[in-house]
Ligand binder design. Sequence first.
Ligand code: AIR
Length: 202
Amino acid sequence: MFVLIKTQTFAFKNEKTFVFSVFCRCFMWYIINEFLKNGVSILVVSIVMGSSSDWPTMKKAKDMLDYFGIETDVEVVSAHRTPKNMYEFATNAKEKGTKVIIAGAGGAAHLPGMIASMTNVPVIGVPIQTKALSGIDSLYSIVQMPGGVPVATMAIGEAGATNAGIYAAKMIAIEDESVYDKLEAYTKSLEQKVEDMQNDLK
Ligand code: AIR
């Protein structure tokens, strides 16, 4: 059987081979298209923050996720300065493959709550320590969500960001045994640190 496509002629043994070949080409075209649309790497945790001034704090979350070998992406998105970007970010999160969102903001910190209102991907909130009110403002803005729209709120500042990274890893570990094993080893390392402190006192 001969098929003429534009200027090229393709020879096939019979109709069945032709149909199979067309199917394979369509399938490959679909796969390539999906990769181009979604990106090749599988994104797991998105870290988002209201300003680059939050990065020294939010980096602690990324450090923990790197430690556990979890894929992340980092973005600056402001609930007040770039609300349209925030909408795009939240509504595309699931499709992008994000399993958990860590959102940090300071002051009138509406970013985590607003994102949580637009996606069912779980949101962990990190209240950034502020100069004016030491982060109490950020904490209250993030933690006092109305019933129905939860944000898992961490402590103010760096400890909160570190715990956000660990908490996200624990959520990923529900389905990823290798992350669970790394969490076990991390917990043991904390025990060891306290033992070392105790020994230093002797
Ligand atoms: N912020 C940015 N858009 C909305 C809010 N709430 C927060 C940032 C940052 C603080 O405002 O998350 O913690 C100060 O931002 P900047 O850019 O002035 O340093």
